[in-house]
Design a protein around this ligand. Structure first.
Ligand code: ADP
Length: 300
């Protein structure tokens, strides 16, 4: 039997946030507010979201041998994630330097650091972990060749879920493994390139499916999501909530979907649950700090 409901292979970043009155121009210095440091990165976010929902979750990632790495390991462990697969060293922990202006607009510089050093050899060394996991999810904040190696080392019965963020052209071998490929509007357009971008989201879902994944989910923020499986495109309504901060909603959605699929739900059923989890996540500030427990999702 599987030891983990979900293995997340992906990034772990420290998000360093400073509020500013306005962004500095070249050569200029501006003073900002107090620095806030949050655990983030799409991989780390997904793992925390799954564990908070009660799933047996493991993370395969790389952090630096530094204070940010320890912060990330602590936040994973306190959410209940198994961190035996988190490798330490090789480069500083990935960092996102974020300035937020009074209108709420962000400017972000990302240093991938250790995330960029999560190598195909690290995946091969973790084959045992992959084979003990019912569902494996990945994103693209780690090298694409590492994600390709994940696809090549999946256990025969396990399921692969990919959120291609930030979007890159995907090799056919990766696309063929996705069940589903999960994209937001921006990622859908980037992956479709010129084709179909002017059409409706349901057209994007069909066009994406034609590229080879076994199924597709398009998330539409407050408008919910679309799922495409075989010939059918099904709309999944969102849950109406007072949105406070949408940071990390997509990561919570993906984690919840992956966990439910592993539990045997159909794609529309799993997406309906994931939409509740995504909605709960936007009612609180932050990413990982905003993720609900299973009880909180029920109460929504
Ligand atoms: P991303 O964070 O990747 O851009 P989305 O914004 O599409 O992803 O959000 C992912 C999911 O979270 C949506 O499909 C929806 O279910 C839920 N969600 C996001 N924003 C809201 C909102 N304002 N109200 C209710 N649900 C939301």
């Amino acid at each position: 039997m599987y030891e983990y409901d979900l293995l997340v292979v992906g990034s772990a970043n420290a998000d360093l946030v400073i509020e500013v009155e306005r962004r500095p121009a070249a050569g200029e210095t501006v003073l900002g507010g107090d620095l806030a440091t949050h655990p983030g990165g799409k991989g780390a976010n997904q793992a925390v979201a799954a564990a908070r929902l009660g799933a047996r979750t493991a993370l395969l990632a790389r952090v630096g041998d530094d204070a940010h790495g320890r912060l990330l390991l602590d936040s994973q462990r306190s959410a209940g994630v198994d961190t035996a697969g988190v490798l330490v060293g090789g480069a500083p922990t990935g960092v996102a330097l974020i300035t937020v202006d009074p209108s709420g607009d962000n400017s972000i510089v990302v240093s991938p650091g250790a995330n960029g050093r999560l190598a195909p050899a690290d995946v091969r060394a973790a084959t045992g972990l992959l084979h003990r996991s019912r569902v494996v999810s990945a994103q693209l904040e780690v090298p694409l060749e590492t994600v390709l190696e994940v696809v090549r080392n999946l256990a025969p019965g396990s399921r692969f879920v990919l959120n291609p963020s930030p979007p890159l052209p995907l090799p056919p071998e990766v696309l063929a493994a996705c069940d589903p490929l999960i994209v937001n509007e921006h990622e859908a357009k980037a992956i479709l390139g010129g084709t179909g971008v002017s059409g409706e989201p349901a057209d994007w879902a069909r066009l994406l499916l034609a590229k080879g994944p076994r199924s597709v989910v398009v998330t539409l923020g407050a408008d919910g999501a679309l799922v495409a499986d075989g010939d059918e495109v099904t709309a999944v309504p969102s849950v109406r909530v007072a949105a406070v901060d949408t940071t990390g909603a997509g990561d919570a959605f993906t984690a919840a979907l992956a966990v439910r699929l592993g539990g045997g739900a159909s794609l529309p059923e799993a997406a309906a649950y994931a939409a509740r989890v995504g909605a709960a996540a936007v009612t609180k500030r932050g990413a990982q700090e905003s993720y609900p427990t299973a009880k909180e999702v029920e109460a929504l």
